[in-house]
Design a protein around this ligand. Structure first.
Ligand code: NAD
Length: 355
């Protein structure tokens, strides 16, 4: 526990620019397994704080804290706009998922989740798989995204929702949601990006793909005839749509002036480096699909699925993300405010109505 706090430095939490009255921030340590994690519970007004667990090689603990604070707040807004009876939270484990992940480490994480007595419910995120969640589930019942708790991996539903959101954005910008012949630059071919690539290919889109993991790119090139570009070029290539499906903060003062797409619509959380970046996108007349709205399919699947049920209801609610975005884009046009501002307002309205 103290190792992380010492490096983050005292006073760094309450004064942190991303600290927005989070209800609870836990610095979790397990010396035996080497676990260092941060669990951030942002808001439980609508229900227990549901949000995935990310494992990542952060440059330093301060970066992990920033991620946990931002992601957990995003989950509050995501769950509110998706109409779920859930609050927002998120966990980050400071480790390399390729080398440091063990069942014992995930179980140690599960014991820390158990101590929160259900105020935080965990699930998969970047670097964490359904099998890892099975290990967590050996220590706590407050876990979703396993086959025992519902439909398993939420990523296919996230991809389905992003696909519905891309179609809604295309309808708004191009007057048609027919993706045949439209080009989409996909950044990140992980669990979500891979499934999204398949939907886009089946809809007739031309794919431009990138990932820091070369085999993922090779697979997409072979399966879909996609054009490969380097990860640093993905945002800047000539394409109708840019779909960020890797990590956050990819839309910033360096990348936005280089964008050629008319639409940014992808799965990554926290795509805007700062609120000003949303204004820069709007100034360039690039339509931005707010990240926590378009990528809510996974949390919808986690929240609504019950063991043994089919996925009809989950698919229906996930596809409705397209309708929510259509409303946001249309209000944005008539009210003269940016899509992410309308989305924030929708979330805040729901939170206030509840209080
Ligand atoms: P993942 O770890 O399976 O995939 C991420 C992929 O991005 C990996 O293949 C990785 O190699 C690649 N990548 C990393 N940095 C890159 C870069 N600079 N350029 C190109 N590729 C890069 O994660 P995922 O589950 O597919 O999630 C992708 C994004 O969507 C994340 O931001 C995640 O938070 C968000 N998200 C995921 C879900 C879900 O259901 N999995 C739900 C909501 C949001």
């Amino acid at each position: 526990m103290n190792a992380i706090l010492k490096t983050v430095s005292s006073g760094a939490v309450f004064d942190h620019p991303e600290f927005h009255d989070h209800e609870n921030v836990v610095f979790a340590r397990d010396a035996e397994t080497g676990l260092s994690a941060i669990i951030a519970v942002h808001d439980t007004a609508l229900g227990p704080a549901l949000g995935g667990c990310r494992m990542w090689t952060y440059a330093h603990p301060g970066e992990a804290l920033t991620d946990a604070l931002r992601l957990s707040r995003g989950m509050t807004y995501k769950n509110a706009v998706a109409g779920l009876p859930l609050g927002g939270g998120k966990a980050v484990i400071l480790a390399d998922p390729k080398t440091a992940k063990t069942p014992a480490l995930m179980e140690a994480f599960g014991r820390h989740v158990a101590r929160l007595s259900g105020t935080y419910i965990t699930a998969e995120d970047v670097g964490v798989s359904p099998a890892d969640m099975e290990a967590v589930a050996r220590q706590t019942e407050h876990v979703r995204g396993t086959h025992a708790t519902g439909l398993g991996d939420p990523s296919p539903y996230t991809a389905l929702g992003v696909f519905a959101g891309i179609k809604a954005a295309a309808r708004h910008v191009f007057g048609s949601d027919d993706l045949r012949g439209r080009s989409v630059s996909l950044q990140g071919l992980g669990n979500v990006g891979r499934a999204l690539a398949r939907h886009l290919h089946e809809a007739g889109a031309r794919l431009i793909v990138s990932d820091i993991h070369a085999p993922a790119v090779e697979r997409a090139v072979a399966a879909y005839g996609a054009t490969a570009v380097s990860p640093g070029e993905a945002h800047a290539v000539t394409a109708d749509i840019f779909a960020p499906c890797a990590l956050g903060a990819g839309l910033n003062s360096k990348t936005i002036p280089e964008l050629k797409a008319r639409i940014v619509a992808g799965a990554a959380n926290n795509q805007l480096h700062s609120p000003q970046d949303g204004a820069e996108l709007a100034a360039r007349q690039i339509l931005y699909a707010p990240d926590y709205v378009i990528n809510a399919g996974g949390v919808i699947s986690i929240a609504l699925a019950k063991p043994g049920m089919d996925d009809g209801l989950v698919r229906e609610k996930t596809l409705a993300i397209g309708d929510t975005l259509t409303e946001i884009f249309s209000r944005s046009g008539t009210e003269g405010r940016r899509p992410e501002q309308i989305a924030d307002e929708m979330a805040q309205e729901r939170l206030t109505q509840h209080v």
